[in-house]
Design a protein around this ligand. Structure first.
Ligand code: ASP
Length: 354
């Protein structure tokens, strides 16, 4: 399908942008003090990180302490411990951190056996001369720093994985026990994600602008449910899942990793902010690029040529202005600042149901 298919109908945002110059630098109100912007699953994480900032913690330590809440929560099935496993029933985690003060970053991909990949990513940044460790090497490094090898599969995610695996085919050796759909955990899984075309995913991203103006970001995930072993999404990739640069901005992503990977989305958002765009405009412009240019094959396009997937960006600029935007309406995000922590509606390119 031609890329033009995706771009044929102008969204309200595109109409607004036509012929519009970037706002003059300094035109928008500055926010005095610290601010945090987080994906919608990060209310508790944002509260914790905000408290840490108030107590004077380093902003990256505060952000990591925040997302550790999701990583350690066995009931959060998209991040860390209790994340839904890959095809083989093994939990493989991706995470990335970036420090805008130094432009240093650290990342781990397909890390097994460690509940808090964000902490390991920070150690990669601080205690190696490298940026990105994956698989067995990442696990060896985590073990060397005292992270014990742990089983990340919970009884709930094992049940869900077996349910998925046993229903894949009627001609293989895996047989359903029957009556699984009566199990409350499976029921919840089916209710949330449907029973036909479900490949759910989830991630937490947090970007922080400290009161001093330092910009940092962290993204951590168990990635796409039942992914191919070894598949690494955007969350582990500097420039795609996170990009932070002092004086410009910080951004992170959730959603279909492959679409974001090929556009280096978080870096793109920060570059748009460098050019003078507001965080919201920057996020929407980067999403427009994804929507128009990636995945231009029929299985990823609806009848109007629009993406049948979603990507969200969460951004803060050097002035402390925050925004989030998604390809599709209905997404939310969390902001924390002097006034507290609140959940807001993300901007979007396309309205669902239109
Ligand atoms: N971006 C993540 C990935 O592709 C998943 C998500 O954010 O939902 O692994």
């Amino acid at each position: 399908m031609a890329a033009a298919g995706a771009a044929s109908a102008l969204s309200p945002f595109e109409e607004k942008l036509q012929g519009q110059a970037p706002p003059a630098s300094g035109a928008a109100p500055a926010v005095d003090g610290y601010v945090l912007v987080t994906s919608a699953n990060g209310v508790e994480a944002t509260k914790a990180a905000r408290q840490a900032l108030i107590q004077g913690y380093d902003p990256l330590d505060a952000a990591i302490a925040g997302v550790n809440i999701n990583e350690l929560d066995p009931n959060d099935m998209s991040v860390g411990y209790g994340g839904v496993p890959n095809e083989d029933g093994i939990v493989q985690l991706d995470a990335c951190v970036m420090d805008g003060r130094t432009l240093r970053a650290g990342a781990v991909g397909a890390l097994e056996g460690c509940k808090t990949p964000s902490k390991v990513a920070k150690l990669v940044m601080e205690r190696t001369d490298r940026v990105f460790l994956v698989g067995a090497g990442a696990q060896k490094f985590a073990n060397a720093h005292g992270f014990p090898a742990e089983d990340l599969l919970t009884s709930k995610t094992r049940k869900i994985w077996l349910y998925w695996k046993e229903r894949l085919s009627g001609t293989d050796d895996w047989i359903e026990a029957g009556r699984e759909a009566e199990d409350p955990d499976i029921k919840e899984f089916i209710r949330k994600y449907g029973n036909e075309y479900f490949r759910p995913q989830g991630t937490i991203h947090m970007s922080v602008r400290s009161a001093k103006g330092d910009l940092v970001g962290v993204t951590t995930t168990s990635g796409l449910y039942f992914k191919m072993p070894g598949r690494v999404g955007d969350s582990a990739v500097v420039g795609a899942g996170v990009y932070s640069e002092n004086g410009v901005g910080s951004c992170g992503s959730t959603g279909r990793g492959e679409a974001n990977l090929v556009t280096c989305g978080s870096h793109t958002v920060v570059e748009f902010m460098r050019q003078g765009r507001s965080p919201e405009e920057a996020c929407l412009l980067a999403l427009k690029r994804i929507a128009e240019k990636t995945h231009n094959v029929p299985r990823h396009r609806d009848e109007k040529g629009r993406p049948k997937f979603n990507v969200s960006f969460y951004a803060v600029d050097a002035k402390g202005r925050t925004a989030a935007a998604a390809i599709w309406s209905g997404a939310k995000y969390v902001v924390g600042d002097n006034e507290g922590v609140r959940t807001l509606e993300s901007a979007y390119l396309y309205k669902k149901g239109t």
